[in-house]
Write a protein that binds this ligand. Structure first.
Ligand code: PGA
Length: 255
């Protein structure tokens, strides 16, 4: 089976005001023209305040737009929250849900994450569902157990390769400069692929991203690992040159 086309997703987190958000998006749009045609799909996920502006910057370009979170409800009395329909309305095609920073900072359970992913899919978005173990869980030999449970409990039943992306992000590798080894990544990605295979028909076409201190220096090695279909990039997505270099490291597709 041929590998799905890589998705290189930038998670800007809580960074950027109007001027730098525009400049970053514009530099990515310009630089994307020089990438090998069709090799990787580029996605930027700015903070909610910048989505409207970045939507203008990426209009007419192949760079896709996404949110970093959404509420499980379509509308209503949820002060400060943003719904998936609102993101879709601004031109988003993706939304990250269940990032470990939200699981930790906002106490989001896998059931909450699944509800958000369902809302995203209902609004026509692809949900990028994040899973990953902490260092303590890895040290205790619980990586497989934790990731298996998160996948089982966080993914909507109606997921297909057209509305679901899974991101494996070991919590200890996020923003730490400490990247998982290719062997560690291969093991968990194969586990996730097997688990997807037991619950959906087109599991082979679902993109499974690796995230956690991905940078130009390690991107070639990580993106070449079996069952790695792209990257979820935090810190390095804030520098257009680094983000584009990671995209350029995506392997060529066979067929
Ligand atoms: P990082 O973040 O690339 O800065 O480690 C990745 C993420 O949190 O998605």
């Amino acid at each position: 089976m041929s590998k799905p086309r890589s998705l290189i997703a930038g998670n800007w987190k809580m960074n950027g005001l109007s001027a730098d958000g525009w400049a970053l998006a514009d530099a990515i749009v310009q630089g994307a023209r020089d990438l090998p045609a069709g090799r990787a799909e580029l996605l930027v996920c700015p903070p909610a305040t910048l989505i409207g502006l970045v939507a203008e910057a990426v209009t007419g370009s192949p760079v896709a737009l996404g949110g970093q979170d959404c509420h499980a409800d379509r509308s209503g009395a949820h002060t400060g929250d943003v719904s998936a329909a609102m993101l879709a309305d601004l031109g988003c095609r993706y939304v990250i849900v269940g990032h470990s920073e939200r699981r930790a900072d906002h106490g989001e359970s896998s059931a909450t994450v699944r509800a958000k992913a369902e809302a995203a899919q209902a609004a026509g978005l692809s949900a990028i569902v994040c899973v990953g173990e902490t260092w303590a869980e890895r040290e205790a030999g619980k990586t497989e157990e934790v990731v298996t449970a998160q996948v089982a409990e966080s993914l909507p039943a109606a997921s297909t390769s057209g509305n679901l992306v899974v991101a494996y992000e070991p919590v200890w590798a996020i923003g730490s400069g400490r990247t998982a080894t290719p062997e560690q990544v291969a093991e968990v990605h194969a586990l996730i692929r097997r688990q997807l295979g037991s619950r959906m028909d087109d599991a082979g076409a679902v993109r499974i991203l690796y995230g956690g201190s991905v940078k130009p220096a390690n991107a070639v090695e990580l993106l070449a690992v079996a069952h790695v279909d792209g990257a979820l990039v935090g810190g390095s997505s804030l520098k257009a040159g680094d983000f584009l270099a990671i995209a350029a490291a995506a392997p060529a597709q066979a067929g």
